[in-house]
Design a protein around this ligand. Structure first.
Ligand code: ARG
Ligand code: ZN
Length: 869
């Protein structure tokens, strides 16, 4: 053993470094340092004797030396475990416990490791590993929670089949794979598919099932179940249907068949993220699985369906083919987001889905990419991988795949994916493997394209248009601003989808894709009688900021006539951005071009309601702040808020005569269905109601609230009332009526934060967090208040810094029990350098206060460190 320990070089392996609680010096790990595991795992056998304070976990693991390894150092990760005993090939051993795990002297041949540890799920407030929620046991292992369950090589490139025995008196005992045996007080599960430990799951509780079935394309029957508490039994059927739709779609669109006899989904009310794709046993945040017309909005229904699809699709893109290491996280997340986007688009319409996704990309990912937290789609170093479940890994990762799809075309994309599944099934893969598949399937050289994975920051593309003698010349320039650690950027391959319209709005050139891959490049189009109007970046063909010198009249024409629905919406947004910027900077009145264009759009019954609702909605205040910062201005949150309010009032007045008619036409008589047609009507009803309320003192909203029989209309009415400073009695009635439904009460909290007048926000926050119902250790409840603050930027940025302090206080408090959720929300401060010196100093002080708080987690310390760097 001494020799083994001497040969052991801790500096090589960051995860073995002891961490000193008093001096937080986060240790970075680097992609370049990857080495293959020393030992592979052939088989895992786990026995759980469940008890809240003292669960015993007995592990029997068959190890074998990895022929590809660079060393024979045996190390098992382990955190917060009490080791009871350990043996190797049946002989008791005394392993050496080091920070973050253990090491032992082992044979240079296959051997069986056995250990028994004790853990306390009831004390696990971090919700990472095995924990308890509402009296049930459940797990969250991705990325590194399994090491809190037993000693194990907890890294995704170690894959093994698992046999699991659960001992407990609780009625429902679930784990991965297929059920083998059920007896009094125990159940046995077998998962034949080799998987990394992050996909392990266990659930034990008093649960009821919504059951269903699916027959796969080769005729295998699969039993499906969505497990909930009895009180939620009436909210599970939609998720079950969504699962069936997902299974069918993945067969039809990707040829991917399910590979076990059962598929279980469990709803858990204490959960750090949306959901988790554990093999055969997906675990979901209740918010991402439960839905009924009375309690969930149309957007909730769509989210549930999208998350169910996402987790299901991971079975192939994530589980059958997993990631070699966590630097490759976007290999599974970017691809799976792209797949769930395709799915939702196929089912409910691509344009609306695309617009919603781009709104999210703009607010969440562009902001991240433009600030101190910017990182590559494939990062090269990190302290805590848990800080990288970000808009960049997920949404930008999906955009990169969407560009690939567009560049090679759908047929070649399909061939590349077939090759991907053939070649890499059962393996832990890398971004290089992924790109190689596309190179081999299409013959295309992707060397330059790969920069999308290696370069952070949002590229800016400027366009100069020149027209003479029937020839249109477009000069495109690209520039990616510096990001932390990356001062200089190389040109990217940017697919620019373009169409041309004539001055009457008729399309004279259907969509084609320009491959823009130089710092500056010209494209010419000829054969015109008149200067054409370019519709650029159709469908948002690349995640870039496009800067073009369109006139407002051109934008109005695109809004009225473009064949690309996305660009109609985008033209409306550009008009709104311009008018908002002029209102903020020059105190200008709102542009009449914008107001008239909105009126024409609203009255255009050929445009489906969901699209009209999206076009009518202003860009967010965050969007305006980004836009002003891009133009070299220091955004003033109060002025931005005032301009948004003023523009909404102008719209309300300008459209006053037509709004009631549109609103009336959007009433749905049929029984509630979350389908796109009805949901679109309700979206436009709520969007028009918000404007109507500004001139009718809330009469229409009160009426809608009184007669609403679904949450979409209820919440729409309530939001309209709160936004004009009314609705107190409705708010109180709502709280009483829904007192027993946590997810609905989360909405009640969130709505008050979103709609609070900025100067009253702090009072509101103090009042809400003082309520008995503010169960701050529940992530959904905490987020409903604390994460919602960023939806009220003028409130967050109160010039006295009081809300900054409030947020920092709560982050410090939550960090001590749940670092994952706390460090996610700390990103609220990432824009601090954008603001005036007064606000900068106030925000900086709070970020520093968090950094210096005693006992701050590694997660949080990495976040604040990056924000201050
Ligand atoms: N892989 C999951 C998903 O995207 C997310 C896991 C988040 N991790 C966590 N600790 N909650 O579907
Ligand atoms: Zn995912």
């Amino acid at each position: 053993l001494a020799a083994k320990l001497a040969a052991f070089r801790p500096d090589k392996e960051a995860w073995m470094q002891p961490t000193h609680a008093t001096i937080p010096q986060p240790q970075k790990i680097y992609l370049a340092d990857y080495t293959p595991p020393a030992y592979l795992v052939r088989h895992v056998e786990l026995t759980f004797r469940l008890a809240p304070k003292a669960t015993r976990v007995i592990a029997r693991i068959q190890f074998a030396p990895n022929p590809a390894a660079h060393s024979r150092d045996f190390f098992l990760h382990g955190e917060k475990l009490k080791l009871i005993r350990a043996s190797i090939d049946g002989t008791p051993v005394q392993p050496v416990l080091v920070d973050g795990g253990l090491t032992a002297s082992v044979p240079d041949a296959p051997f069986v490791w056995e250990s028994e540890v004790e853990i306390a799920p009831i004390e696990n407030t971090a919700l990472d590993g095995l924990y308890m929620s509402n009296g049930m046991y459940c797990t969250q292992c991705e990325p590194e929670g399994f090491r809190r369950i037993t000693y194990y090589p907890d890294r995704p490139d170690v894959m093994a089949p698992f046999d699991v025995r659960i001992e407990s008196d609780l009625p429902i005992l679930l784990s991965n794979g297929n059920p083998v045996e059920r007896g009094a007080g125990y159940a046995v599960w077998h998962d034949p598919w080799p998987k990394p430990s992050y996909l392990f799951a266990l659930v034990a509780g008093d649960l009821v099932a919504e059951r269903g079935a699916f027959t796969t394309m080769s005729g295998k029957d699969v039993s499906l179940a969505v497990w909930t508490r009895a009180a939620d039994a009436d909210k599970a059927s939609f998720a079950l249907g969504a699962l069936q739709r997902s299974m069918l779609w993945d067969e039809q669109a990707y040829g991917r068949e399910y590979d076990l006899d059962v598929f279980n989904i469990v709803a858990v009310s204490d959960f750090n993220s949306g959901a988790m794709e554990n093999k055969g046993l997906n675990i979901f945040n209740t918010a991402a699985v439960l839905a009924s017309p009375a309690t969930a909005t149309d957007m909730d229904f769509q989210r549930v369906e999208g998350v169910i699809a996402h987790e299901y699709f991971h079975n192939w893109t994530g589980n059958r083919i997993t990631c070699r290491d966590w630097f490759q996280l976007s290999l599974k997340e970017g691809l799976t987001v792209f797949r769930d986007q395709q799915f939702t688009g196929d089912l409910h319409g691509h344009a609306v889905k695309r617009i919603r996704d781009v709104i999210k990309l703009h607010t969440r990912q562009f902001r991240e990419d433009g600030g101190p937290l910017a990182h590559n789609v494939r990062p090269e170093s990190f302290v805590e991988i848990s800080n990288f479940y970000t808009g960049t890994i997920y949404e930008k990762g999906a955009e990169v795949i969407r560009m690939l799809h567009r560049l090679v075309g759908p047929v070649a994309y399909g061939e590349a994916l077939d090759l991907y599944f053939d070649r890499l099934d059962g393996q832990a893969a890398t971004i290089e493997d992924w790109l190689q598949v596309f190179q081999d399937a299409t013959g295309r050289d992707l060397t330059q394209f790969k920069r999308w994975y290696q370069q952070a920051g949002t590229p800016q593309v400027s366009v100069v248009k020149e027209y003479a003698d029937g020839i249109l010349k477009l000069t495109l320039r690209q520039h990616t601003p510096p990001t932390p650690g990356q001062p200089d950027k190389l040109p990217l391959v940017i697919p620019v989808a373009i169409g041309l319209l004539d001055s009457e709005g008729r399309e004279i050139l259907a969509t084609q894709v320009l491959e823009f891959n130089q710092p500056e490049q010209c494209f010419t189009f000829s054969g015109f009688d008149d200067a054409p109007i370019a519709s650029l970046l159709r469908g948002f063909s690349a995640p870039v900021i496009l800067r073009q010198e369109n006139t407002s009249e051109e934008l109005a024409l695109l809004l009225a006539h473009d064949t690309d629905s996305f660009n109609r919406w985008d033209a409306g947004q550009q008009l709104a951005r311009r008018t908002l910027a002029a209102m903020v900077i020059d105190n200008a009145p709102p542009s009449s071009t914008y107001l008239n264009a909105m009126q024409a759009m609203l009255m255009n019954e050929a445009l489906y309601p969901a699209l009209r609702a999206l076009i009518l909605s202003l860009p967010s205040e965050e969007d305006t702040a980004q836009n002003l910062a891009l133009a070299g201005q220091i955004p003033d949150p109060d002025a931005i808020h005032a301009a948004h309010e003023a523009l909404k009032n102008h719209l309300a007045e300008h459209l006053e005569a037509v709004l009631p008619g549109v609103y009336a036409a959007m009433q749905v008589d049929a029984p509630y269905s979350p389908e796109a047609d009805q949901a679109g009507k309700r979206a436009l009803a709520n969007a028009t109601l918000a404007l109507i309320s500004r001139t009718d003192h809330g009469q229409a909203a009160e009426a809608q609230y009184a007669k609403a029989d679904n949450m979409t209309l209820t919440l729409g009415a309530l939001a309209s009332l709160l936004s004009i400073g009314r609705g107190n009695s409705q708010l109180a009635a709502f709280a009483t009526h829904w007192a027993d439904d946590k997810l609905v009460i989360d909405k009640w909290f969130a709505l008050q934060v979103t709609e609070a007048a900025p100067r009253r926000l702090l009072n509101m926050l103090n009042r809400l967090t003082a309520l008995d119902t503010f169960d701050w250790q529940n992530p959904n409840r905490f987020r409903s208040v604390l994460a919602t603050i960023s939806a009220n930027p003028a409130g967050f940025h109160q010039a006295d810094g009081s809300v900054y302090r409030f947020v920092a206080d709560w982050l410090i408090r939550l960090d001590s029990v749940n670092p994952w959720t706390a460090s996610r929300i700390s990103a609220a401060f990432d824009g601090w350098r954008r603001y005036d010196t007064g606000r900068q100093a106030l925000m900086r002080a709070q970020i520093e206060r968090i950094a210096k708080a005693p006992g701050i987690s590694r997660e949080m310390s990495e976040m604040v460190g990056r924000m201050l760097a």
